[in-house]
Ligand binder design. Structure first.
Ligand code: SAM
Length: 265
């Protein structure tokens, strides 16, 4: 399935909370692999650019961040950040980057959405210099776990919407198991120091994680109502209210990241 259409709009209502939830995980991964002044790094599917901007600070004025996305409206070029519009489904990474010339390739919550994800991996790896690092992260399917909700009915509703969001994404071509398979693919590709880490934090109503969930339900609204879940408009309205309720606590999306190094000096 190489023609999968990305199922969200690049909207700050989605990407701002996504970044707030995931940036601490990504920064930890970048600390682990190391990013140095003067390096040339690539952020694939850079979205609203928080990781590209973080990388720009780390590589400094002598370095380069190449930020690539199909939708570059939320990406601002700077002296350090070069922005390229590119559809990764068509011809992979058609960019003016020499093979073996990049110190770090990062992609977060991107490959899971792309039908040609398996073919893109060797293309990304080929860009790495010997000793360069790949940092990939994905949301992975997990069952809903609600720690506290106002009523038992609310708890049941949240679980139903949670599963419907993930099932809807899956039926549209997003592979929510992909994050579990990345590690094996990178070992098979001959990369070294392959290491995966899985996290899921508590999210509180009104916080960024619940804002992200609320926006996922907003963007998928029509498809959620059309799905065979028995859900109606009032249910989705109540879900939105619950996601803003500070007494609510649930376990957030599971996120698995994998780091791996190109063999070399
Ligand atoms: C869930 S967002 C993640 C954004 C960013 N990586 C982050 O984690 O903050 C997925 C990103 O992949 C981009 N994307 C989706 N399909 C794409 C394609 N075919 N080619 C290039 N980028 C794509 C989207 O535009 C969006 O910016």
């Amino acid at each position: 399935m190489t023609s999968t259409t990305y199922q969200f709009d690049n909207d700050t209502r989605q990407l701002t909370p996504l970044q707030a939830v995931l940036d601490p995980y990504t920064i930890r991964d970048l600390d682990t692999v190391g990013v140095w002044a003067g390096q040339r790094v690539l952020d694939v599917g850079a979205g609203a650019g928080s990781v590209a901007r973080h990388l720009a600070k780390r590589v400094g004025p002598t370095g380069t961040v190449i930020a690539v996305d199909i939708d570059t409206r939320l990406l601002d070029p700077t002296d350090v950040i070069d922005v390229y519009e590119c559809d990764l489904r068509r011809g992979g990474l058609d960019l003016p980057i020499e093979p073996g010339s990049v110190d770090l390739v990062h992609a977060r919550c991107v490959l899971e959405h792309l039908g040609n994800r398996v073919d893109l991996l060797p293309a990304l790896i080929a860009l790495l210099r010997p000793g360069g690092w790949l940092v990939l992260g994905e949301i992975v399917y997990s069952r809903a776990l609600i720690h506290r909700a106002p009523t038992a009915n609310d708890e049941e509703l949240i679980a139903r919407v949670w599963h419907a969001i993930l099932d809807t994404l899956h039926s549209g071509g997003t592979d929510l198991e992909w994050g579990n398979h990345v590690h094996g693919h990178l070992l098979d590709a001959g990369l070294t120091h392959v290491y995966s880490h899985t996290r899921a934090d508590t999210w509180t109503g009104g916080g960024p994680g619940c804002q992200l969930l609320a926006d996922n339900a907003r963007q998928l609204h029509d498809r959620l109502l059309a799905a065979d879940t028995g859900m109606n408009e009032a249910d989705l309205r109540r879900f939105g209210e619950l996601m803003a309720d500070p007494t609510l606590a649930l376990r957030g999306y599971q996120y698995t990241s994998t780091i791996a190094q190109q063999p070399g000096p």
